[in-house]
Ligand binder design. Structure first.
Ligand SMILES: [Zn+2]
Length: 101
């Protein structure tokens, strides 16, 4: 087992666990109840922790979490004016200037 990360939020730690499990990486959250002791004991010891069960999966785990934190902007769209295709981040057509619906 390997400690992957500490989080200030139990919700965030649980989200990371869910993302990893959905990608087939066995993970679990530890320190789910020490948050109430934050301030009395060091953050390193009280913060929720996300662990992976297979040490060798660390690089894959980080890749999965980074991909989840930076999702692609969405599907491509086609201009209603000229039928040109555009990536999701563009709000208007470069060819004819029509705005995306
Ligand atoms: Zn167009």
């Amino acid at each position: 087992m390997k400690l992957l990360l500490r989080s200030t939020s139990l919700v965030h730690a649980a989200h990371c666990e869910n993302v990893l499990r959905a990608a087939g990486i066995r993970a679990e959250v530890r320190n789910t109840w020490l948050g109430g002791a934050a301030g009395d004991i060091p953050f390193q010891e009280s913060a929720p922790q996300v662990w992976i069960l297979d040490d060798a999966a660390e690089a894959d785990a980080w890749a999965v979490l980074n991909a989840a934190a930076n999702p692609p902007p969405g599907p491509r769209w086609q201009c209603a004016g000229c039928a040109e295709w555009h990536e999701a981040q563009f709000a208007s057509c470069w060819r004819c200037g029509a705005h995306r619906d």
